[in-house]
Design a binder for this molecule. Structure first.
Ligand SMILES: Cc1cc2nc3c(=O)[nH]c(=O)nc-3n(C[C@H](O)[C@H](O)[C@H](O)COP(=O)(O)OP(=O)(O)OC[C@H]3O[C@@H](n4cnc5c(N)ncnc54)[C@H](O)[C@@H]3O)c2cc1C
Length: 366
């Protein structure tokens, strides 16, 4: 294999490109990123970068090895697996011997095309636009009470804005389960966030501009409306390629998609599992997939999945998936710091210092 093309411009793509070198690949590695910025991390975009505490520049990922060809503003629009070429929006074909798909996801929007006024948060540009709006605002309505929506709400409260969050489910419940979700929800209430649960969902109000949402007959409006209603895997460019797409590009446990093609990160879903759109997963999948592309049989992560969130003065670290597991079997408390364990395979800490590896081992311990 002489030429490996990595499509994507963030953590999964950068990790895969670096890992190819770590594993000794000495051919050409070309990274094609649709974005015009140097690769950056999204994690602080809902936290310190949105608040203005940290700069946009601070989000830069560590620079790639000089031997990796980084092409910015290079959006892939289709894939020809027979001819082994990625086609860019300029029409240029980029040939490959090996391909890494790491195109991540984009923010899901609620408003129809042509309606303005709905902010989302996925990119540096989204963050800059939202931050600018917040500077002139007194109130914010966040639609979506998942991890991202609640982090945005938390940041907006620290900026002194009036914040309402609306969702069809109780905040954070779908991702954290009742116990952990309730802890953070209480902190959100103490911060002064107004939380609305509308089981039948909200209806957008407005014609050309989004003016608010109808929440079970109540009109909720604010100076800024931001939705955080999930992400959509950015795999449209693979339509017609013959690769299996099912809420992401489907891989085996080693990230393999087809002969000479692997995928990792938010764009990928391991066959028979749910997509895990979290930072650590993107890093780990990218390493495994890069090795698999080079023909190494490195097993996927043996430890449970892991993610974290920071909001309302709470730092929660979660290993495994407690959402469906109900009450934890064990809670160790030390002041405001907590360690929770579910014997069915999850563990979490709240404002508690513990190495991530140890937490993940604890989650999988019998
Ligand atoms: C605001 C925010 C905060 C977050 N905070 C946390 C957190 O606290 N903890 C946590 O665990 N996770 C967090 N996450 C999730 C984490 O950031 C993602 O899981 C991670 O970014 C996934 O990386 P990725 O490289 O797979 O995809 P992405 O980050 O989506 O990157 C995909 C890249 O591919 C490029 N691309 C897309 N389509 C094309 C194309 N056709 N051609 C070329 N390039 C293309 C994109 O421009 C982008 O550069 C957060 C996410 C967001 C949005």
């Amino acid at each position: 294999m002489k030429r490996i093309v990595v499509v994507g411009g963030s953590i999964a793509a950068v990790t895969a490109a670096s890992w190819l070198r770590v594993r000794g690949f000495d051919g050409t590695v070309t990274l094609l990123s649709a974005e015009t910025e140097q690769p950056y991390t999204r994690v602080p975009l809902s936290k310190s970068v949105l608040s203005g505490e940290a700069t946009d520049a601070s989000t830069a990922l560590p620079p790639l090895d000089d031997s990796v060809v980084l092409r910015l503003g290079a959006r892939a629009v289709s894939l020809d697996t027979r001819a082994r070429r990625v086609i860019l929006d300029s029409g240029e074909p980029v040939p490959y011997d090996g391909l890494v798909i790491a195109t991540g996801a984009r923010a899901r929007r609620l408003s129809p095309r042509g309606m303005s006024g709905e902010r989302v948060l996925r990119t540096l540009a989204d963050c800059a636009a939202l931050r600018e709006d917040l500077r002139r605002a007194r109130s914010v309505l966040v639609v979506g009470a998942g991890l991202l929506g609640m982090e945005i709400a938390s940041t907006c409260r620290t900026l002194g804005l009036e914040v309402t969050v609306v969702d069809r489910d109780p905040p954070l419940r779908r991702v954290l389960g009742p116990v952990l979700a309730e802890m953070i929800t209480s902190a959100a209430r103490e911060y002064g966030v107004v939380l609305r649960t509308v089981p039948c969902g909200v209806r957008l109000v407005g014609s050309h501009t989004l003016e608010g949402v109808d929440a079970d007959g109540d009109l909720l409006t604010a100076d800024v409306i931001v939705s955080a209603v999930g992400d959509v895997p950015a795999v449209d460019w693979l339509t017609g390629s013959g690769l299996t797409l099912d809420r992401g590009v489907v891989t085996d446990s080693r990230g393999r998609v087809a002969d000479g093609i692997v995928a990792a990160g938010d764009a990928a879903v391991v066959r028979g599992t749910c997509r895990r759109p979290h930072w650590t997963n993107a890093v780990e999948q990218a390493r495994v997939a890069a090795a698999a592309l080079l023909g190494e049989d490195v097993a996927g992560a043996s430890l449970p999945s892991y993610f974290w969130t920071n909001q309302f003065g709470v730092e929660a670290k979660v290993a495994g998936e407690p959402a469906e597991l109900g009450e934890p079997d064990r809670v160790d408390a030390d002041g405001s710091s907590l360690l929770l364990r579910w014997s069915a395979g999850a563990a979490a800490t709240v404002n508690h210092t513990m190495p991530v590896r140890k937490l993940r081992q604890l989650a999988s311990a019998p």
